[in-house]
Design a protein around this ligand. Structure first.
Ligand SMILES: Nc1ncnc2c1ncn2[C@@H]1O[C@H](COP(=O)(O)OP(=O)(O)OP(=O)(O)O)[C@@H](O)[C@H]1O
Ligand SMILES: [Mg+2]
Length: 397
């Protein structure tokens, strides 16, 4: 995957003379030291992150941790004090006003928490707004606005006024406006935070659905960890202007790395976060015969499965039958009493299909066995964090 957007050692000091503050930070001071000595607020302190093309990259953290400052630096509503912002490898920090306006118009769109719609303009004119700034012809603007309004499910609402819409619908208009310009990077700052819970869930589902076809690169800012887990392909967690943890949703819950991050993960419903693949055990071949290939786990009591030449399951052997097969070198007669679950099934679904005593197989989308699942692992992963080591590419700062 190519890196669409990279932030490198970015600093934002809210001060007319940031140099002294940068010096204090370089010498190991933090946000509080700078404030005590200079009275200047550190918005961002040496933030580096990298957003691959097509990612739904979540930036999460408590109020005041610097999330909006980061978004505003990317869009240059805030001027960075030091560091680089690379768009497709090109640093946009040194760009002149003119070039910068071009980048903002064509590459990056923003959606805010309270999206300011023009109250006296109809919905469709609101959606056209960015296109007008780009100099699109009236006919092209209208056609494009029509298109994106139906994308967000508001096809019939173009000629209404904003006050005739609910909060959720207005937020959809904001999203349509951001989509209309065809910018490939969307920055969404608490875009759903003001919505009531049901509408919010609906908007999250909508965004996931849209993203499957649009494939934009999305930087999504939220203070809600559940939202970050649900939407994110990666999550960056901020505290006091610093990035303190970065990784996939599952790895952050498994390995928070600090009390600050652990506090967010405590209430998480692990059964809905982890999938069968993340807890399964690999099954290794044990015996081959004309009737099939016997595979099974290494531990006593692990079940075995008999597979055809394609890796599809012909039947199962329970722990005792597997032990017997190992000793005799004969596969014997496999049983059809087993449960198979898709590798991407969430643990809650796995638990629902569990049958007492029946061996559990994890299969891929072609029906081939990829691993086996024991009830012990299933329960322990659902109930707590495990001391597994962090995945490759994870960052603990
Ligand atoms: N224009 C400004 N002038 C001075 N300080 C600012 C300015 N904007 C933000 N800050 C400070 O920068 C820090 C980070 O603020 P920011 O708005 O980025 O936080 P946030 O993580 O988005 O919080 P929230 O979840 O409340 O939106 C805060 O300490 C804030 O007071
Ligand atoms: Mg904010």
């Amino acid at each position: 995957m190519t890196e669409r957007l990279q932030i490198q050692n970015l600093y934002k000091i809210f001060s007319a003379a940031p140099e002294a503050a940068l010096q204090i930070l370089a010498n190991g001071g933090d946000k509080n030291t700078v404030f005590d000595k200079l009275g200047a607020v550190v918005g961002l302190n040496n933030v580096s992150l990298s957003v691959p093309e097509g990612a739904m990259y979540m930036v999460m953290g408590l109020s005041g941790s610097g999330k909006s400052t980061l978004a505003r630096c990317i869009n240059r509503l805030n001027e960075p004090s030091a560091g680089k912002i690379l768009l497709d490898g090109r640093d946009i920090v040194p760009l002149k006003e003119e070039e910068l306006r071009e980048v903002r118009r064509t590459r990056i769109s923003m959606v805010f928490q309270h999206f300011a719609l023009l109250p006296n303009k109809r919905v469709i004119e609101n959606v056209e707004f960015g296109l007008k700034l780009r100099g699109a012809s009236p006919a092209d603007r209208r056609r494009r606005a029509d298109e994106v309004l139906s994308v967000v499910g508001l096809a019939r609402w173009g000629y209404h006024f904003p006050h005739e819409l609910s909060g959720g619908m207005r937020q959809r208009v904001g999203l349509a406006r951001a989509l209309a310009t065809d910018a490939d990077i969307l920055i969404m700052d608490e875009a759903f935070s003001a919505l009531d819970p049901l509408i919010r869930t609906e908007m999250q589902d909508e965004l996931l659905r849209l993203q499957r076809t649009l494939n934009k690169t999305i930087l999504f800012i939220t203070h809600d960890f559940q939202e970050a887990l649900k939407l994110g392909t990666r999550i960056a967690i901020m505290s006091e202007g610093e990035l303190v943890r970065e990784g996939t949703p599952q790895s952050i819950v498994l390995e928070p790395g600090s009390d600050y991050v652990a506090a967010f993960t405590r209430e998480i419903d692990r059964a809905r976060l982890f999938d069968a693949r993340s807890v399964m055990r690999e099954a290794a071949p044990i015996l081959r015969s004309e009737s099939g290939i016997l595979v099974g786990g290494a531990e006593a009591g692990d079940p075995g499965f008999v597979l055809d030449g394609e890796g599809r399951i012909l039947g199962a052997l329970d722990g005792a039958a597997l032990g017997h097969a190992r000793q005799s070198g004969e596969i014997g007669t496999p049983s059809s009493d087993y449960v198979s679950v898709p590798e991407n099934a969430k643990l809650i679904e796995v638990a629902r299909s569990y049958r007492n005593g029946a061996p559990m197989a994890v299969i891929d989308e072609d029906g081939r066995l990829v691993g086996t699942l024991g009830v012990g692992e299933l329960l322990s992963r659902m109930s707590s964090t495990s001391p597994k080591t962090a995945s490759a590419g994870d960052r603990h700062v």
